[in-house]
Design a binder for this molecule. Sequence first.
Ligand code: PAF
Length: 279
Amino acid sequence: MLVFAKIKSLQQKIKSLKKGNSIGFVPTMGALHEGHLSLIKQAKKENNIVVVSIFVNPTQFDKKEDLINYPKTIDYDLSLLKSIFCDIVFTPTAEEIYADNIQSQLFDFDGLEYQMEGKFRDGHFNGVGTIVKRLFEIVKPHKAYFGEKDYQQLQIIRKMVEKHLIPVRVIGCDIFREEDGLAMSSRNSRLTKKHRTVVPFIYKTIKYAKKKFGTKNALEVTNWVENEFKHQPLLKLEYFEIADEETLLPVKNKDPKQKSRAFIAVFADKIRLIDNISL
Ligand code: PAF
């Protein structure tokens, strides 16, 4: 496994390997878990060479505190990547990526950016767009892999690739869950024991909401979810929304011709967790 911190040396290596090889790319912010590994394993199956980046991107954090507290486990991450035979790891510094201008580019994602997460995380998707576009320009992968846990992010990256004519195939991968249903996330490692025992309630509730959406409309299901969370003193619901899978616009009623998803964001103390389920 080769590890590069500099763009130039990474690109030299990729260029020397590219002939006849397909490059699969998994961008990450580190603190790797089984969910990341499943993306990397899928990338390995579908490509000859797999590149993983580890970079905690400052421009996508709307709260400084969240950036500072984001778990950083680089040595562990590298040993994990080695154990699953990852080919290349890119670990740039912020200076290497942004030089002296740590700022987001402004994007138009055709309104996807104003829904759900966009209402609560100011500038987040401009930050994600900026770093993913930059990483795509550096690595020039054939395919790139993203987890469906960050479903809105995935749709936004698809939109960016389409609008900016970036020659990469974006692959969405199923959410990887703990045995008790909690969606895997780097943030889970920051949960207290007490909160860790209650957070499976999030997936349990959206699974039940899925059932209810068969007979009840979106407003009724949303009211039911909001009420359920009122009985959970350790959890604070930020939003629950049923939305169209493509446009992410709110859906009112179940329509067999429309693909919809339920989306949720919850605070467990200061840790913000998101999840979603196809309906
Ligand atoms: O999903 C993430 O971990 C990040 O948003 C990403 C895509 C690596 C960009 O920093």
